[in-house]
Write a protein that binds this ligand. Structure first.
Ligand SMILES: Cc1cc2nc3c(=O)[nH]c(=O)nc-3n(C[C@H](O)[C@H](O)[C@H](O)COP(=O)(O)OP(=O)(O)OC[C@H]3O[C@@H](n4cnc5c(N)ncnc54)[C@H](O)[C@@H]3O)c2cc1C
Length: 273
């Protein structure tokens, strides 16, 4: 994986969506290097992100921007933060440049010039080890373990779904969760539109959780979501449709408008919206 131009392994750390250096990601890059016997063969380069708004969030332009930068840097490995925008960009770049991509990666291991990425298995109980193949740069979307919501071990989870209708309501749910010391969870559509982070998604393609209390706000209870939270000790669901499948799996069913419930609870707790 060595760079023929500089004779160094260049690890490229991509900034967060709003243009800040991601210190957790930088620490991860340093961690990778510190595990090596000859650390001076490695170099970390931070890559600035384009102004996504200026590019109108259009993949073609953004991918061209990264492709051009990566060609100049000759990176061996590119670490993207696990944000909504970066996950999309990372896969678009990998597809366009025909490079290996690993998402939800928690650690990178380099042995004898071979790069491996580690990520949790589907049930979250084991770690799977993937070998990167093909030409560099290898692309990894790193799960922000230190800064993540940590829902896998949470005792209480307040989880929001499409029934919340807009990002402001999701933010109101975050405030409510804070009052109860609860972690935030989310259904996949909510993550897809960017109201919640990928690390907060519960379900088959998100995290598997088993809290003492799981409160589902405006979540229908699709099988892929249930797969991730059905082991919760106590499930409370708020939904305005009494036929929603989630009610069949709930210990307490509240048939009501989710936004009224959240706002009223915040008001009772004296929290300003
Ligand atoms: C391969 C695959 C993997 C997937 N993995 C996941 C996964 O990991 N996690 C996941 O969550 N999904 C996953 N999905 C998507 C899943 O199938 C569902 O589409 C998703 O869970 C639905 O999310 P939701 O419940 O938020 O939205 P919806 O199904 O749209 O439900 C919204 C709910 O809100 C209620 N509602 C609407 N307005 C209000 C209101 N004002 N007050 C109260 N309630 C209201 C509605 O009655 C409804 O029950 C996956 C799908 C596929 C195909």
């Amino acid at each position: 994986m060595q760079n023929k131009t500089t004779d160094k392994h260049i690890i490229c750390v991509v900034e967060t969506d709003n243009g800040y250096q991601n210190s957790t990601l930088y620490d991860k890059a340093e961690e990778i290097i510190n595990q090596q016997t000859s650390t001076d063969e490695f170099e970390i380069i931070c890559m600035a992100t384009p102004d996504y708004k200026e590019y109108n969030y259009e993949d073609d332009y953004i991918v061209a921007y990264f492709a051009q930068k990566l060609a100049t840097i000759h990176a061996s490995l590119v670490l993207f933060p696990s944000t909504f925008i970066c996950r999309g960009i990372a896969s678009a770049i990998a597809t366009r440049l025909n490079r290996a991509l690993l998402t939800d990666c928690t650690a990178i291991d380099i042995k004898d010039d071979v790069v491996y990425g580690l990520k949790p298995s589907l049930d979250g109980k084991n770690m799977a080890r993937y070998k990167f193949n093909g030409p560099t740069p290898y692309i990894a979307v790193m799960k922000d373990v230190a800064g993540s919501s940590g829902i896998q071990n949470a005792e209480i989870i307040f989880s929001g779904g499409r029934g919340l209708m807009n990002p402001d309501s999701f933010d109101a749910l975050r405030k409510l969760a804070k009052c109860y010391g609860a972690s935030i969870g989310a259904s996949r559509p909510v993550v897809d539109v960017g109201w919640a982070d990928a690390d907060e998604q519960v379900g088959q393609t998100g995290s598997f959780v088993h809290p003492r209390v799981y409160v589902a706000f405006g979540i229908s209870g699709a099988i892929q979501h249930l797969a991730g939270m059905k082991d919760s000790q106590c499930i409370i669901a708020v939904n305005n449709n009494k036929h929603s499948p989630i009610f069949q799996f709930s210990d307490y069913a509240i048939e009501a408008d989710v936004n009224s419930i959240i706002r009223n609870m915040l008001q009772l707790l004296g929290v300003k919206l």
